[in-house]
Ligand binder design. Sequence first.
Ligand SMILES: *Cc1c(COP(=O)(O)O)cnc(C)c1O
Length: 415
Amino acid sequence: MFFLSSLSKTDPEVARIVSSEVKRQQTQLGMIASENYCSLAVLEANGSVLQNKYSEGYPGKRYYAGNKFIDEVESLCIERAKKLFGVEHANVQPNAGSAANMAAYMALLELGDKFMGLSLSLGGHLTHGSPYNFSGKWYKVSPYALDEKTETLDYDAIRKLAIQEKPKLIECGYTAYPRVIDFKAFREICDEVGAFLMADIAHIAGLVAGGAHPSPVPFADVVTTTTHKTLRGPRSAIIMCREVHAKAVDKAVFPGLQGGPLEHSIAAKAVCFHEALQPSFKDYAKQVVKNCKVLAGELMSLGCKLVSDGTDNHLLLIDLTGRTITGKDAQDRLESVGIVCNKNTVPKETRSPFIASGVRLGSACLTTRGMRESEMKEVARLIVDTIDKFDETKAKTSARVLELAKQFPVYPELK
Ligand SMILES: *Cc1c(COP(=O)(O)O)cnc(C)c1O
């Protein structure tokens, strides 16, 4: 592969930075729950000349000429998305998860309408009604919470709040929630109060596609997702919906919010869906969950408190409440030995979100590298050593992390 050959000639400065990042990904263990390593095929499509083409509009209805092949690739992407998720309609133009959510709200709500989403501090996303985000500024938000004891969704409490607040839309799907979501329960609540159900499966899309988490498609009016997290595609997003909402969704994306679609990214999404339609992706999704459960079990047996005492999906949250070490310290220590994760707030958080009392860990990246249960157990031990006995274990752990990274390589073709 002619990796960066033109870039190195034209702009050695940027080429050096990109090469450094390749090396970082190859030599550290990525455990950020929202990340993954996409295939070289996805990277090639994403870096293709399709990015040169303007194609405002939709296949067959463009504002510019020259879109024969662009129409082909976008139609292919749509068909694959529909097949992968078994959905009636797909819009593959959103540029990011946040943009997809903005379009979904625009399709279903008027400015000032009320919706319900999980609070950011409990695992919801910024775009689910945070006061710092457009979603909290342009709409009225009645956030729901988790049950304080089980730290899981409390459908009775959500139902009561919905009856009291009468929202026009209820949103489920999260950024830092380690448990299964009962989409049917949400549908029943929405039907009772006459609300739309929106499912944002940005995190779990790969598990849904691979059959390792129930699908919201039979229950939700609109489903949004990113394509770069467990789905392992390019950094992008799509919106899926029932046919009745198709027009509103398409109009919200274009001309409502976006101009020319990123067709190179759409091509890369098509490749991602093709990969996710292969039988091996089911094995991958299952292994992601299996690995995360083993990681969770080992961490707990080594004395870690996990939010909700475990996991059903690709992520877990270590709760450091009551310990002297903060989420930020834990994140920094782990990074210094080559394990990359993020600090995260936990239920009943007492620290600022910039410090936080938890760390979030995901298994998708390490599973892509080929790690299985025995490696996850070892990684759990390395994590606990780093959190609890940093000074004594740092050198040894760093060396072992590097060995594991080499033993389970990522992008071996990129030197
Ligand atoms: C990651 C995420 C998004 C946002 O995706 P971006 O592509 O970063 O804008 C939206 N919703 C949820 C639940 C997410 O986890």
